[in-house]
Design a protein around this ligand. Structure first.
Ligand SMILES: [Zn+2]
Length: 313
């Protein structure tokens, strides 16, 4: 087992005022990853941060096994017919709501994943570019979706002085060691009116389902979990908003929502255990509808502040 000597920092606000969190550690790639809560912003961060080698094992083509089910020579067909409390359904509904307020038609979707968001934007007449880290994965996605999806280096070469009307980060910040760096990167590709749309998890925020799941996990008293630590920060509604505003964004809209996941979205295939988890999710979503800050997802839209001497054309 590899031991890590450095001390934990908050990956959201960079404070070193950290206390061990009650989440059990995670054992992955012959290492233990621990969770610490920031005493300043109440976000939770992993420690140590996964190395390049860990990242290669967590991500890449193997992380997207659904691509293997698309037959050779065939393209992914998107029907956007997701269950109501699925995060993709929430993403595209909110994007649809924003369209009348968006100036221009170019969109960059960073870490585009399955391509569903980009395909939806394309269906609404947007000029779409997707970005993926892994060159092999970007190539497969391009082939399977017919969308213009580039590896990050190719994007930066091709559009080094490009400005876009929408930049979207969907469920990516919680995977990053330094999420602020990504927003600094986005500013380079933004003009005065670029809509920066960001959505993701709020994994340290209150909702009934989260509360029940954590209590059960505590009662089970597991010493550690064994899964790939994809999410390395867990925010709450307040720390997530503070992060955006401290990263130079001016908020247009900020919403807390709730998806069913990790509980089931439907009762099929039926079992009593599935039914009880499904009902818990429905109950939790119902209760959260009475409090705007309860839920497990955030949706943000903002614009960058530009100083007068900053180039923004
Ligand atoms: Zn913090």
């Amino acid at each position: 087992m590899v031991r890590e000597k450095s001390s934990p920092i908050c990956l959201i606000c960079r404070s070193d005022n950290m206390k061990p969190h009650f989440y059990p550690p995670n054992r992955f790639n012959n290492k233990m990853f621990y969770y610490f809560c920031c005493e300043d912003c109440r976000s939770v961060s992993i420690h140590p941060v996964p190395s390049r080698d860990d990242m290669n094992q967590i991500y890449g083509v193997n992380d997207h096994s659904y691509l293997k089910s698309v037959p050779e020579g065939k393209k992914i067909e998107f029907n956007f017919n997701y269950p109501r409390y699925n995060h993709r359904k929430i993403q595209i509904d909110l994007f649809n709501d924003h369209i009348p307020h968006i100036k221009g038609k170019s969109i960059v979707d960073y870490a585009t994943g399955s391509g569903a968001y980009l395909a939806f934007a394309k269906s609404k007449g947007f000029e779409c570019i997707g970005i993926e880290y892994n060159r092999e994965f970007a190539g497969i996605l391009r082939e399977k979706t017919g969308l213009d999806i580039l590896p990050i280096e190719d994007f930066e070469k091709k559009y080094y002085s490009g400005k876009f009307d929408v930049i979207h980060f969907g469920h990516i910040l919680e995977h990053l060691e330094n999420p602020k760096e990504l927003l600094d990167w986005a500013k380079n590709y933004s003009h005065d009116n670029t809509a920066v749309i960001i959505d993701g998890h709020l994994e340290n925020n209150f909702c009934i389902s989260w509360f029940v799941i954590k209590i059960i996990s505590k009662l089970k008293g597991k010493k550690y979990n064994e899964y790939a630590p994809q999410h390395i920060t867990f925010t709450n509604y307040r720390s997530q908003l503070a992060f955006f505003e401290n990263s130079g964004l001016k908020t247009i809209k900020y919403k807390v929502l709730e998806q069913s996941f990790p509980l089931p979205e439907t009762i099929k295939p039926f079992s009593f255990s599935r039914l009880s988890r499904y009902l818990l999710s429905k109950f939790s979503i119902f209760i959260s509808s009475f409090n705007p800050w309860w839920g497990n997802l955030f949706h943000y839209i903002g614009k960058f502040h530009f100083d007068k001497d900053e180039c923004k054309t």
